[in-house]
Write a protein that binds this ligand. Structure first.
Ligand code: SAM
Length: 437
């Protein structure tokens, strides 16, 4: 494979995004090594929905790829770990793991997925929770504490049931135990079906025609799904160390630990608003009294971003600075948030470099976006950041996003569809890898 940084200038690496670059050992010429996995995903990956979750096989491929390059991997990290896809796969492959995410809902799911639960204990807790739920009543004070935001999404009978279910879980499971986290994770995943949130929408949108599901009915099904997933999961109950933190990756300059391989997918600018999408869970799980507070420090946040200083724009490199200037002509606020994102990505990539052991590797999965006709080449910019940080042997591989091949359009309500009259979404993203040497 060809290294790229030798060929290009420091500030503006011009990677050639050829469609079929191969990885040694990949036998199929027509597909990228990174397009498809060799096995079905472990059922544990499906216990809670999460937008922008990447396919589980990416981690296994990254481990294989690192080994092909002669890297021995003991500790894997995901610095934007989301719902814990890399964490689960690192554990499945017998590796230690360190990960963080700024979103507490994400880290709750990630922790639950990487723990081991005893089936008989789960069944006992579930019965106790259901009995408690039937027995207890909510009080007028409980209802007085319910926020207007929750009232906007939920009908009164389901609000009452959710108050009782939340209380039953907290009364019948030990505080801070993995079992409490398990049931709260289940509780979190029934919030959209039991509310008037437009089904499968990745935007906060109310469906006035929806008949929300009953709370206990949905919770029973959710428990069955999670119990079944735990029973069928092939993740070994190994002694590997799995550490997952709720934190802003950029909060400190120095990394919390050193690792051999980073496999991560940063947020894409102008893509998802994670605080918005998870507002039901954030509010019910009491992670924040105002879900919008979680936007602060989220990469790609588009609210309340100040204009960047001219020197900061210059430091982005020629391509990103040009993207900023073109966007500013269309929408100043958006342009500022894209510049902020670029600056944050630069810091995040530099911190990843510091986090790696000598000769360690980082594998980023990232897609490009477009706003008002301005193409935002996140992948190319990321490669620029990697070069600035000191990464060597930077390689980029386009990969097809398989589920977007089936439904390559998105309608005005944010739903993916086959309807070709709707807006086309990107069917391709990039795996960008580099070494610390
Ligand atoms: C593309 S998603 C990662 C999805 C993950 N690969 C998975 O499979 O679930 C990006 C994640 O970055 C997180 N994030 C955004 N800003 C962050 C920050 N400053 N520090 C840590 N995590 C952040 C978001 O909450 C989101 O979960």
């Amino acid at each position: 494979m060809t290294g790229t940084n030798a060929r290009h200038g420091r500030n503006d690496l011009d990677l050639h995004w050829t469609p079929t670059r191969r990885v040694a050992g990949c036998s199929d010429d027509s597909a990228s090594y990174w397009d498809f996995g060799d096995r079905k995903e472990d059922p544990i990956h499906r216990i809670h929905s999460y937008p922008a979750k990447f396919p589980a096989f990416i981690t296994t491929k990254a481990l294989e790829y690192a080994e092909q390059q002669g890297l021995g991997v003991n500790v894997v990290a995901d610095v934007f770990c989301g719902c814990g896809t890399t964490a689960v796969e690192a554990k499945r492959n017998g590796k230690n793991f360190w990960g963080c995410d700024i979103n507490p809902v994400a880290t709750l799911i990630a922790k639950v997925k990487t723990r081991h639960y005893r089936d008989a204990v789960l069944a006992r807790y579930f019965d106790a929770i259901r009995d408690e739920f039937r027995r207890i009543e909510s009080s007028p004070e409980d209802h007085a504490r319910v926020s207007d935001r929750i009232r906007y999404w939920f009908e009164e009978p389901n609000i009452d049931d959710l108050i009782r279910l939340d209380r039953a879980i907290r009364r019948r499971t030990p505080a801070n135990s993995p079992y409490r986290a398990f049931f709260l994770c289940g509780f979190s995943n029934i919030l959209k079906p039991t509310s008037r949130w437009l089904t499968k929408s990745i935007k906060a949108q109310l469906d006035p025609h929806k008949s929300p599901r009953g709370v206990m009915d949905a919770f029973e099904d959710q428990f069955a799904l999670m119990r079944n997933a735990c029973g069928r999961s092939r993740i070994p109950t190994s002694d590997r160390r799995i550490r997952i933190r709720t934190q802003n990756f950029l909060a400190s300059r120095e990394p919390a630990c050193r690792v051999d391989l980073i496999v991560t997918s940063p947020p894409y600018v102008t893509s998802y608003d994670y605080a918005d999408i998870h507002q039901l869970s954030t509010l019910w799980l009491r992670c924040a009294s105002d879900y919008r507070a979680l936007r602060k420090n989220m990469l790609g946040n588009q609210y309340g971003v100040k204009p960047p200083a001219p020197a900061a724009v210059k430091s982005l490199g020629a391509t990103a600075a040009e993207t900023y200037r073109r966007l500013r002509r269309e929408d100043r606020r958006k342009a500022h948030s894209v510049a902020r994102y670029f600056l944050d990505m630069d810091k995040a990539v530099a911190k990843c470099w510091r986090m790696l052991n000598a000769s360690g590797m980082a594998v980023f999965v990232i897609g490009n976006t477009q706003y008002k006709g301005v193409r935002i080449d996140n992948a190319k910019y990321l490669a620029n950041c990697m070069e600035r940080a000191g990464f060597r042997d930077i390689e980029s591989f386009p990969r097809k996003v398989s589920w977007k091949i089936m439904t390559p359009y998105r309608n005005a309500r944010g739903r993916f569809t086959r309807d070709s009259t709707q807006r086309r979404v990107y069917g391709e993203e990039f795996v960008v890898a580099g070494r610390r040497r």
